[in-house]
Design a protein around this ligand. Sequence first.
Ligand code: NAP
Length: 500
Amino acid sequence: MLDKTRQDWRSLAADLNIESRAFIDGQYQDAHSGETRATINPANGETLADVANCGVQDADRAVEIARATFESGVWSAMAPGDRKNVLVRWSELIEEHADEIALLECLDVGKPIADTTGVDVPSAVRTIRWSGEAIDKVYDQISPTPADCLALVQRLPLGVVAAIVPWNFPLSTTAWKLAPSLATGNSVILKPASNTPLSALRIAGLATEAGLPDGVLQVLPGPGGSLGRHLALHPDIDGLTFTGSTEVGKQLMQYSGQSNLKRTFLELGGKSPNIVFADANLEKAAALAAVAVFYNGGQTCTAGTRLIVENSIKEKFVEMVVAKSRDWMPGDPLDPATAMGPMIDAAQLKTVADYVDVGREEGASLMFGGKQVLADLGGCYHEPTIFDGVNNGMRIAQEEIFGPVMSVIGFKDAEEAVAIANDSIYGLAGAVWSNNINTAHKVAAAVRVGTMGINNYFGGDITVPFGGFKQSGNGRDKSMHAFDDYTELKTTWIEFDQDD
Ligand code: NAP
């Protein structure tokens, strides 16, 4: 894939046939209202497609179809081994269309083509294949009852599930939601982010081609504040799975309480600590500190935005990170050499610029970056930016910026490093760097986050669960633990008649 040049990708982009209709009951179709909304390429501001803008009528119809399909048993009662075959075939079809889907994701999100070909598409393929392959290896339980009883403890699908996903990892988060919810037998309605609906729409058609029965999966693009809210309040949806901001996550919990107490699982924001001790492999730690915050333009829930460094090496280490940051100057996402693309849109670019002003006003020292660049390309590009001299009480250390902005904070000993790391409303991810196994393990155990790296950042794969402590959420994506979010436990207690 990376044998292609920027020109090759440009030619492929010019020939792309983009599917822009909603996907309901196994068919692509327009929104009931006929309305559309433009999806924009953040690299140059050009319209990629006018996408169906679904509303409450589309949602009600999709729920009705999903409910009927669930009750029919065509998928929910299908043998797990047969569901496996469909999901594995689906993963193969996505792989066969890898270049096309990677290109869609690159254009729609502004992600570098090297990332969409190397990370997003392979990760979605693996997630769907892995969940499919796992589902016919899951056993239920028989409890330890007296001899005249038999008690079955089974996991059954929730029913109709709504999945609402964000714009920063549209394909990956879609796969993280769809793979386990479909594997466990649910019918699903996915609402992609308004900015980035294209990859989800494309893979929905491939699911039908793989043998997924009509009506099991619907993809409805449309506004979160009306369509998303309607789904979250819907009395006939049994489960809601969400990835997005903590602010919207809090609203969704309320919608659940105001409607039918639908099971609601949330993957939310973060302000992750990346702790570096003086005895670490500093060369590797500096390179990964830059990856941790500049990958995907910092528009990553697990971004290591708080670099917490032992005072004795802080000055030297910041110089090393600044040197690494020069590799992250933004560029055209279609160029295979580009490491960082644009921000998703002008609003996000403004948020980043405003936080840079806040950092300056709070008295932090700007060590690198701090400006919008490449405005002539028509996109929303921002330099990788590093603030030193940050105090953990500052807004730039407490609030999720969701851009390429790093805050460097010093510490004197392990106790102080842990206290700073835990002084956050979030608890999604983090890392610690030390060549002393005792220090590394003690600190990793004490930091209250869902995923902690030791001498790595962004470590992990589909075999491990992913989710947050505190206000970073409550559910778990990935691994077999994700199956728990999409199933209910059912007990069947049987008593035998001793007279027979
Ligand atoms: P967002 O504003 O919360 O939106 C996420 C999704 O929710 C979008 O599809 C959005 O639709 C929809 N939505 C908005 N308001 C809604 C409402 N009232 N009811 C129902 N749905 C609603 O988040 P974002 O800006 O797209 O994404 C960035 C956030 O996601 C960051 O906070 C990031 O940390 C978090 N994130 C977390 C994880 C994780 O796994 N923990 C992973 C990735 C991202 P529209 O697009 O139409 O607004």
